[in-house]
Design a protein around this ligand. Sequence first.
Ligand SMILES: [Mg+2]
Length: 220
Amino acid sequence: MTRDRRGNFAFLCDFDGTICPTQMMDFLYQRFAACGMEFADRWQRGEISTQEEIVSTFATVRASREEMEAALDTIEIDPHFPVFLEFCRSRDYSFAIVSDGLEWYIDYILTRHDIRGVDIYANQIHFGVGGFRFDFPWYDDETPMRGVCKPRIVRRYQERGRKVVYAGDGMSDFDVIGVADHIFARRKLASFARAQGVEFTDFDDCRDLLEKWRTLSLMG
Ligand SMILES: [Mg+2]
């Protein structure tokens, strides 16, 4: 396999439940939101969009950025993620995190684990004097119930000539099915892909992901 061909891949990865074992939005809501999981549960039932869930829930949060970041200090990531990322970098694969959560905590948690320079596509929170403000720079009406239009990000990489491999575990990953060139799935995403009769590779953690991806990529 030539180096050019190797570098032709983009590995796009969900964060919550994939790189990070904790579902971070649930973690923050359960600790800091007076309304708890009320809006998150409505999102799970497909009743409200990600934007509505985030804005409505954070409207009931009284904690400061510092208080929430102190809680983020307790969050671990998959211990094999750094090795997985290094593998992608050594092969010149593009790597990015594509999350319907918040860029703030992803960046905070990665930095705390000495991981830098990762591209992140996620929703944005701004901490101001008057409270929280949100931006959804990756929103697209192709997926109106999601803050980040994951299939749009996948196609951005495909348009640059990359074959996109996607790994995820949840509902916000469903839309990449039929768009990404290969899917690694677990939990809800695996059940969904199975029900749709879509081909995918299951995985347990980043070590398993790396082993299976190495085998697949060697097969070309
Ligand atoms: Mg997830």
